[in-house]
Ligand binder design. Structure first.
Ligand code: OGA
Ligand code: NI
Length: 335
């Protein structure tokens, strides 16, 4: 098994297995920002329009005044940080080669991307939906407090995702419950991404460029350390953290069901030489036997159907078979 980066030892040099080819290394970013949307705006229709515009143009936006209490955010971030500070013997029990065992802690391998390079990240994955309140082994036992805040964080981020999906369905004039049920009710996972200080951030990445394969992603960034970058018209833009805001992005499935109106956009994470960074990504998923197809209400004589209907499983095997290569994944389902 690959050794964790968060093994308590600081890293002096960047091993060769992390050094990316020249054209994949982090480079210039342009001075642009993704839209910031105020969810407390009482003009519902206006909020829907802003979300749709952001989803069309950037595939990404940040939300503020979302109603999630600051204490919940603070507590979850603290627990996430404390988890990666635990002594190695407390963390190793969660390490597994089994991709379907949760909670699961792992570091990067050269098998994850087509470049056959590692990325500068450790990751703890846990199931955040459904939450089983009877059994307490869905969340790690340590640090203490994880099993208290975990279910709360899982609940509030899911509610936020469903609220945003409802605004999207309103904006697209779909049934307001369009995304409820099988499109969003599958097993959902939260990734706690930990990017330790990197000996040479110019040569490596924390996550290589990818699109998320799920419906929608709710991401909580570190308060102070920036790292997320989004591709926009061929340029990279940095998503600077806004304390207590969530970053929301369109996953491949949302692109398919909206017939391509909303875009799933490539993004990556860069590292810092001096600071570690934490992010929490919650991925909302359809149920496993779901058939994915563009909403029929969005198709008429002027709007041709752009994607085929397919089984979720078929899509996921293409996505993971292509190792996240977006163009070939999406092309396989285009009409
Ligand atoms: C992800 C992701 C970005 C980040 O986990 O899929 O894109 O900022 N994370 O960590
Ligand atoms: Ni992502």
């Amino acid at each position: 098994m690959e050794e964790l980066l968060s093994n308590g030892v600081s890293h002096e040099t960047l091993p060769e297995s992390y050094i990316l080819p020249l054209d994949k290394r982090p480079g210039l970013i342009i001075n642009k920002t993704i839209p910031v949307i105020d969810l407390a705006d009482h003009n519902h229709a206006n909020t829907s329009i802003q979300i749709l515009q952001a989803g069309k143009e950037f595939g990404f936006f940040q939300v503020v005044n979302h109603g999630i209490k600051e204490e919940v955010i603070r507590e979850m971030k603290n627990i996430a940080k404390e988890f990666f500070q635990l002594p190695i013997e407390d963390k190793i029990v969660y390490c597994s080669e089994d991709l379907y065992k949760f909670p699961r802690l792992h570091t990067s391998t050269t098998r994850e991307n087509k470049l056959e390079k590692k990325v500068w990240r450790d990751c703890l994955k846990f199931v955040c939906h459904p939450v089983d309140l009877q059994s307490n082994d869905q969340f790690p036992q340590k640090p203490s407090g994880f099993r208290e805040i975990g279910p709360i964080y899982a609940k509030v981020t899911r509610e936020l995702a469903l609220k945003i999906l409802k605004l999207i369905s309103e904006g697209l004039k779909l049934d307001e419950n369009f995304f409820n049920g099988e499109l969003s009710d599958g097993t959902s996972i939260t990734n706690i991404n930990f990017y330790p200080p990197c000996p040479d951030p110019s040569l490596a990445l924390g996550l290589v460029s990818h699109c998320d394969p799920n419906l929608i992603t709710i991401l909580l960034q570190d308060d102070h350390v920036s790292g997320l970058q989004v591709l926009h018209n061929g340029d990279w833009i940095a998503v600077d953290p806004i304390p207590n805001a969530f970053v929301v992005n369109v996953g491949h499935i949302l692109e398919f069901v909206t017939n391509g109106i909303l875009k799933s956009v490539e993004h990556r994470a860069v590292t810092s030489s001096t600071l570690s960074r934490i992010s929490l990504a919650t991925f909302i998923n359809p149920v496993s036997d779901c058939v994915i197809a563009p909403a029929q209400q969005l198709i008429d004589e002027n709007n041709a159907q752009n994607f085929k209907a397919f089984k979720l499983k078929e899509f996921l095997s293409t996505y993971f078979g292509q190792l996240g290569d977006t163009a070939s994944t999406v092309n396989a389902f285009k009409i």
